[in-house]
Design a protein around this ligand. Structure first.
Ligand code: ZN
Length: 268
């Protein structure tokens, strides 16, 4: 599933392509026909990402809510759109650009109160200027749930997925199984600041890199990582391989059904 940086990049991209323009909205697949009719012919005023949720704000207080889920994909281009290929749930077309959305978990029109309810059920998003990390810490510090599960819970922190959580816990030297209530105030401040830094970097580059300069392939004389998500990481999907810091093999286990990776030497 895409992590929050991908959604923030999409929000910025869609504002760049369409903000201030009147757009024609359609659902070539037919599953969003009514919603498309509400939006079509209105001006896309601005866009917003909140965690893994994408919001388009249209004139007349109409809000398009999209959650890509596991399979959602967005493509765009200049000029005339091509013939729709596959299951295009949503198509936006302006005089200059087009955009297709396929396979989302959610694609619906929200009223402002519905958008407010969405924001209210999400934890702070490290990529948003209005994020309040105190809200997250208040939840974490009174919970016996493992830290990894808390940080993956979108009502605690929004936008973080498995890679950011796994890697931020490594960088903080914290075991993913440590109960939330054992996280100190200083520990949380460090972890939050690191999530902000790692996720902001990923918004800029479009990939997740978490390795400090001393542990980069060129610094260590090791081959670069080959992985679908592209970036250099410490433990994510590196089970059995030596830790870049202490050489102990990286462990893997599951917490609330998710694969977790950690270094038994570096994380306590
Ligand atoms: Zn280690």
């Amino acid at each position: 599933m895409p992590e929050g940086h991908t959604i923030h990049r999409l929000a910025a991209r869609h504002a760049e392509l369409f903000a201030g323009d009147k757009v024609l909205v359609a659902s070539p697949q037919g599953r969003f026909t009514e919603g498309a009719a509400l939006l079509s012919g209105t001006v896309l005023e601005h866009t917003e990402a909140y965690g893994k949720h994408l919001l388009h704000h249209y004139a007349g207080e109409l809000i398009l809510h999209v959650h890509l889920g596991l399979y959602g994909k967005v493509t765009d281009g200049d000029g005339e759109p091509p013939e729709p290929v596959g299951q295009v749930r949503l198509r936006l077309v302006s005089d200059r650009h087009w955009l297709d959305l396929r396979g989302p978990t959610a694609c619906e029109v929200f009223t402002p109160p519905e958008a407010a309810a969405l924001r209210a059920r999400l934890g702070p998003d490290p990529l948003r200027a209005d994020a309040d990390p105190e809200r997250a810490y208040a939840r974490i510090v009174r919970s016996a749930t493992p830290l990894a599960a808390l940080l993956l819970d979108q009502s605690v922190v929004a936008g973080t997925g498995l890679i950011f959580v796994t890697e931020a816990l490594f960088r903080a030297g914290l075991s993913p199984t440590r109960p939330g209530r054992k996280l100190t105030r200083a520990g949380w401040d460090t972890l939050w600041a690191d999530l902000v830094e790692l996720m902001t970097l990923a918004v800029g580059t479009g990939r997740i890199d978490t390795v400090r300069p001393a542990h980069l392939p060129e610094a260590m004389g090791r081959p670069a990582r080959v992985d679908r998500h592209g970036g250099e990481v410490y433990v994510y999907r590196r089970a059995g391989q030596p830790c870049h810091v202490c050489d102990i093999p990286v462990s893997r286990g599951t917490i609330t059904g998710r694969n977790l990776y950690w270094c038994p030497g570096c994380q306590v």
